[in-house]
Design a protein around this ligand. Structure first.
Ligand SMILES: [Cu+2]
Length: 269
């Protein structure tokens, strides 16, 4: 016959040992949270950030990581503690735990807390995306065309001040809001600049777009991030972020070189 748990109350020594192991577990969990947070800052997860949008996105990422570490540690700690404390000892093969119907307080707590946390994080993520996509008072519009397996860039007369310009090279001015309007000539691609932390699918038949304000001078990779055929891995380009005056000089030089209307005159990169 099985004996009820109430027939066999724990000895005072066992209760003390159990309290000690709980304290030990709590201290280990606190250390794990500390180590996790330090590691999350010590590891450089992303390439250099070169846009306003990248700043917002990276801050969001860090908040999400910092919120996730204590939750991950809590879940793993409870699992390990239960495995350690409530494991079956020799001679207990036929025993069962005490029958418990439920615990309303605990259930309300573990439903409400994650709900509040999730709503908060979703709200914050939404605000960051909304900020990143906000339409500024003025912006430079540049067309991007993807085709197997290259990118070309179209600068309209509103940017060149003359004829439209079609180029294999992508130059944008620092500190100005740029709206990329994405077109595909064949299959679905994805226009991604890791340093800007922004990406959007490039879909035949529709125009998608994204906005960015570059905040750092330099040259950064442009990547097609959607498997689009045999040459997908070669579908790379670069974006040059330059001062506004240099951007205008570059546009003039391209127009003078006769690159308008055809990208054939440009060199890649
Ligand atoms: Cu691709």
């Amino acid at each position: 016959m099985e004996r009820n748990a109430a027939d066999n109350p724990p000895a005072p020594g066992a209760a003390r040992a159990s309290r000690r192991s709980l304290t030990l577990t709590f201290v280990a969990a606190l250390i794990a949270v500390g180590v996790g947070i330090v590691l999350s800052y010590a590891i450089h997860w992303f390439p250099v950030k070169a846009s306003l949008q990248a700043r917002n996105t990276d801050t969001l990422y860090h908040v999400l990581v910092i919120a996730s570490i204590p939750i991950f540690v809590l879940v793993v700690t409870v699992i390990l503690y239960c495995v350690w404390q409530f494991r079956m000892r020799p001679g207990e093969e036929l025993k069962d735990g005490p029958p418990i119907h439920g615990n309303t307080q605990l259930e309300v707590f573990w439903t409400a807390l994650p709900a509040v946390l999730l709503l908060g994080l979703v709200g914050y993520s939404f605000a960051v995306l909304h900020d990143n996509e906000a339409k500024p008072a003025r912006e430079i519009r540049i067309g991007v065309t993807g085709q197997q397996f290259a990118w070309t860039y179209q600068y309209p007369p509103s940017v060149t001040g003359g004829a439209p310009l079609n180029s294999y090279q992508l130059y944008i001015p620092k500190g100005e809001s740029v709206k990329f309007e994405l077109h595909s000539k064949d299959v679905i691609h994805a226009f991604w600049v890791p340093a800007f932390r922004v990406q959007e699918d490039v879909v035949p038949g529709i125009t998608t777009n994204w906005r960015v304000t570059a905040t750092r001078l330099g040259t950064y990779p442009v990547v097609c991030n959607l498997l689009c055929g045999l040459g997908h891995s070669l579908m790379r380009s670069r974006v040059h972020v330059v001062p506004l005056a240099q951007f205008q000089t570059w546009v003039k030089s391209q127009l003078a070189a006769g690159a308008g209307g055809s990208a054939a005159a440009g060199t890649t990169g």
